[in-house]
Design a protein around this ligand. Structure first.
Ligand SMILES: *Cc1c(COP(=O)(O)O)cnc(C)c1O
Length: 416
């Protein structure tokens, strides 16, 4: 990407893009929800497919001139079906939030009871936060992780489900480092006739890469973003059993959205094709190997990893509990040296969301840059040096230079 037209036409914005390129290239990206897309995905997002309006679905549009767009959308649908083994796929959701709104509206009425993992224990905003549509319109019953193991306790989920009889059970998370027992969720839901909804936004790439079990065979509906481990454009898809196909499609359009973003859906098709390749399985396997290695190295240095480790791409580090540094302070000092992470609540956190006890670290982006186990050892060292020297500016300057020198050895797709 050389942005020569932007350079000519809008030098101010050009400089902003160049600055961000430099930040991405010279820094270490450990935000668990981020990744670097391929140049082919970037090209599709920048393509003339953005010019079209195509409300409706392939073969049933409300606008003329969609015979070619239909081919692109159908390609994305077919590839997603193959990748996840889904009966039905809607590729139009603009992002994970809108996808989840459509799922609620397809299956429920406002006021209905929904069981979801508590946000302060790893769940997502759209699983019932009071400020989110989900918490405002639905009666959310949270489940939590076990205080000792810090893992979801399925007997507890079953106990709450049988007592509360929710109409839908959500399984999914944004900040949880273990796997979920999809089959058990389905068995519990069947006992009370509840719908099952899996939100695999974070781990869909690991599932597509055949590294983690999939909820698709068991669950009524599964949503995922396409831009996290899946490494596609910003967006989402909804997968479901055939019996829910029409309800889901109607909920997405006209229920929640107008015209789909055809350039983004084409980029999704490209990302799905990339994820169908054997190299993608190697990539996703390495993401997990790297996360386990990073967690082990940080543990050796005295950091407490929530639940004792990770089975996926992310970990929660209790920096306050183990080092007396708050999540906010840790995020800030790491940002100063060019390492991006986010502050995060740990289970049963005594601190507040804006300055919690933990940080969340993930390996998908660094793994895309080609980093492996030995590099994770270097990353753990850099993180520890920054946190340990947080009050010593000269030392932090040294760490910052070390981060730049190290990062520049690993190319970012799309950045020269
Ligand atoms: C990221 C995420 C979403 C929302 O995605 P956006 O594209 O940011 O709206 C939904 N659910 C879960 C579990 C997520 O992690």
């Amino acid at each position: 990407m050389n942005y020569s037209n932007i350079q000519k036409q809008d030098p101010v914005l050009y400089e902003i893009i160049k600055e961000e390129e430099k930040r991405q290239k010279q820094g270490l990206e450990l935000i668990a929800s981020e990744n670097y897309v391929s140049e082919a995905v970037l090209e599709a997002m920048g393509s003339i497919l953005t010019n079209k309006y195509s409300e409706g679905y392939p073969g049933k549009r409300y606008y003329g001139g969609n015979e070619i767009i239909d081919k692109a959308e159908t390609l994305a649908i077919d590839r997603a079906k193959e990748l996840f083994g889904a009966e039905h796929v809607n590729v139009q959701p603009l992002s994970g939030g809108p996808a989840n709104i459509a799922v609620y509206f397809a299956l429920l009425q406002p006021g209905d009871k929904v069981l979801g993992l508590s946000l302060d224990q790893g769940g997502h905003l759209t699983h019932g936060h009071p400020m989110n549509f989900s918490g405002k319109l639905f009666n959310i019953i949270p489940y939590t992780v076990n205080k000792e193991t810090e893992e979801v306790d399925m007997d507890e989920v079953e106990r709450i489900a049988l007592a509360e009889k929710p109409k839908m059970i959500i399984a999914g998370f944004s900040a949880y480092s273990r796997t979920l027992d999809w089959k058990r969720f389905k068995e519990i839901a069947d006992k009370i006739g509840a719908y099952t909804f899996a939100d695999i936004a974070h781990i869909s790439g690991l599932i597509a890469g055949k590294q983690l079990d999939s909820p698709v065979p068991y669950f009524d509906v599964v949503s995922t973003t396409t831009h996290k481990t899946l490494r596609g454009p910003r967006g989402a898809i909804i997968m479901c059993k055939e019996q829910f196909a029409s309800a889901i499609d109607k909920a997405v359009f006209p229920g929640v959205q107008g015209g789909p973003h055809d350039h983004i859906n084409a980029a999704k098709a490209i990302a799905f094709a990339e994820a169908l390749k054997p190299e993608y399985q190697t990539y996703t396997k390495q993401i997990i190997i790297n996360a386990k290695r990073l967690a082990a190295k940080l543990s050796e240095k005295g950091y407490r990893i929530v639940s004792g480790g990770t089975d996926n791409h992310l970990m929660l580090v209790d920096v306050f509990g183990s080092k007396g540094v708050t999540g906010k302070e840790a995020e800030k000092v790491l940002e100063q040296v060019g390492i991006s992470v986010n502050k995060n609540m740990v289970p049963y956190d005594q601190r507040k969301p804006m300055d919690p006890s933990g940080i969340r670290l993930g390996t998908p982006a660094l793994t895309t840059r080609g980093m492996q186990e030995v590099e994770m050892d270097v990353v753990a060292d850099l993180i520890d040096r920054a946190i340990a020297n947080r009050n010593d500016q000269a030392k932090l300057d040294e760490v910052k230079q070390a981060v730049i020198d190290f990062s520049l050895k690993f190319p970012v797709p799309g950045i020269a």
